[in-house]
Structures are given as structure tokens and as C-alpha cells.
Design a protein around this ligand. Structure first.
Ligand code: MBD
Ligand code: FE
Length: 284
């Protein structure tokens, strides 16, 4: 057993919960009474409708109570909400865009990763396992103009599906970095292909997945935040063709526009891919 396989749901869940608490997002809204009334009433009514329609028993009600308590104990509220709800919130938030499709942020983003000018290599261990991946492209605006010095934040799992800062014994910024594109908005980043990600099986979310007979997988993915002055921040994920879970991602976060066209590397070492981003100008 490698040290990484001792990663536990509670450890990664609690790290994601702490990260959310520090994110500045917790008090983001000055709640309007009418809006809270509308949303909370609809949520409660939807739950009551299920109880009545499906004739939910006391045993089932108590199983729900126990499970909800466990979600909190395991720190898995960010994981639960990001896997099963964020995709709809992301759809609503970005439906006006003409540029790039985006995708969910998920629970494992950490702001402030070390910044380098492109071309650059992401921080990784000397013996980082996996297939080298040269990730390159250009950042443009919806009018096709190049976005000079656009910023690309990249984070992803390692070859075993683990994220630095959420699984043990991985260097702090491993496979996380911020990259500044050149004067033509072009970037070149050397990284390592990530593995598919499995929701931890030993926490509350894993318990639900097993009890419902679902699978626990997300397809392999790169996470990105792409930004440039005067443009909307793009949060996206990019996927690898042929992954068994591109069509049944447990987080419902795959879109056809986000599939990469992976090629053998011209260097002869690993793979390479070109993907261009199109950012929407901020509304005036
Ligand atoms: C992930 O790596 C992820 O991207 C999401 C959305 C949920 C759980 C794990
Ligand atoms: Fe992820």
C-alpha cells in the first residue's frame, strides 16, 4: 500500500470544508426575505411531495437523518453539493455566454498557486508518475482578438486520482499552478495526465453511492480558471476522449465542447493537446 491510499473521506472532506470556510464565499449574499421564503419553501415542498408520493417510512426518515448528520461529520457538504447540484448552478450562471462553455469548480480549487510565465512546467514531484502532457493553446475574446497576458490557473489530480492539499503526503502545490500567457494570449504548459477520480468510498457520499447502486467515478479531467482584464472569469474542466465515464460522470459536468483532442507529443515523450479558450467581455 502506498501512503496515498491511506487518504480518507473525512480528511479530504474536512479539508474541502475548511477551504470553503476560508474562501470568502460563505457570507456572499445579503439574504432577501422574499427570495429565502421562495427557495426554502420550494425545497421543503419538493421533499414533502416525495415523502407523500413514495410513502416514506419512519425507518427511511431516520436513515435520512443519520445520513445527513454523517455528511457533516465527514465534512462532505462541499463534495455532496458540488457533485450533485453545482452543474445546474453553473448552467444558470453561464447561460448568457457566447464564448467558451464552462464547467463546475468542484471542491478542490485552491487560490494563489505559484505563478510562472508561459512556457512553463507545472510543479510536480521528481518521480511524478504518469503520461507527460503538453497543454497549449491561445486565449481570445469573443471578437477573436488575442487576450495578451491572459491568466490560466490549472489544477488536477495525479496518476492515482489524488489532489494535493486534500490527500496526504503530496507536496503543497503539486499539479497546481498559475500561468501567464504571452503577448498573443498563447500558453504552453507541461503537466502530467490525470487519472479518473473516484468519490471516496468510506464517507457519507460513498455510502449513498453504494446504497443506491451507483458508480463513484468522474472521468479524468483538468480544472481551469482562465481570466483576462475586462472579461468574465471562465471556470472549466477539460476531458480526455475515450474515458469510460465521459458519458456518465457522477457530477454531470462533461460537455462535448470540453473534450480534448489528444495527440502524440511531437517531442516523442507522452501526449500533447491544443485547446483555445474564448472569454466573454464583461457586460458594460
Ligand atoms: C472532483 O475532482 C471534482 O472535480 C468534483 C466536481 C467533485 C469531486 C471531485
Ligand atoms: Fe476534480
Amino acid at each position: 500500500m502506498t501512503t496515498e491510499t491511506t487518504a480518507s473521506a473525512a480528511a479530504s472532506g474536512n479539508a474541502a470544508t475548511d477551504r470553503f470556510r476560508q474562501s470568502g464565499k460563505t457570507g456572499a449574499i445579503a439574504a432577501d426575505v422574499e427570495r429565502v421564503n421562495l427557495l426554502a419553501s420550494k425545497l421543503i415542498k419538493a421533499a414533502n411531495d416525495i415523502v407523500l408520493e413514495e410513502r416514506v417510512s419512519y425507518d427511511e426518515f431516520n436513515a435520512l437523518k443519520a445520513w445527513l448528520i454523517k455528511v457533516g461529520d465527514d465534512g462532505e457538504w462541499p463534495l455532496f453539493l458540488d457533485v450533485w447540484l453545482e452543474h445546474s448552478v453553473e448552467d444558470v450562471a453561464t447561460s448568457h455566454r457566447e464564448g467558451n462553455k464552462g464547467s463546475i469548480e468542484g471542491p478542490y480549487y485552491v487560490p494563489g498557486s505559484p505563478s510562472q510565465d508561459s512556457p512553463a512546467k507545472i510543479s510536480m514531484r521528481d518521480d511524478e508518475k504518469g503520461t507527460p502532457l503538453l497543454f497549449q493553446g491561445q486565449v481570445r475574446s469573443t471578437d477573436s482578438s488575442a487576450l495578451k497576458n491572459a491568466k490560466i490557473e490549472l489544477w488536477h489530480a495525479d496518476e492515482e486520482g489524488f489532489y494535493s492539499q486534500f490527500a496526504p503526503n503530496i507536496p503543497e502545490w503539486n499539479l497546481r499552478g498559475t500561468f501567464i500567457a504571452d503577448a498573443e494570449g498563447k500558453f504552453q504548459i507541461d503537466t502530467m495526465q490525470p487519472a479518473p477520480y473516484q468519490i471516496p468510498t468510506d464517507g457519507a457520499c460513498g455510502q449513498l453511492i453504494a446504497a443506491a447502486g451507483w458508480h463513484a467515478w468522474r472521468p479524468a479531467h483538468l480544472h481551469l480558471k482562465v481570466s483576462a482584464p475586462g472579461h468574465e472569469l471562465l471556470t472549466a474542466q477539460l476531458y480526455f476522449p475515450g474515458d469510460a465515464h465521459n458519458d456518465d460522470d457522477i457530477a454531470t459536468a462533461v460537455k462535448p465542447e470540453l473534450l480534448l483532442d489528444i495527440q502524440p507529443a511531437e517531442s516523442g515523450n507522452g501526449k500533447q493537446v491544443t485547446y483555445d479558450f474564448v472569454l466573454d467581455p464583461e457586460a458594460k
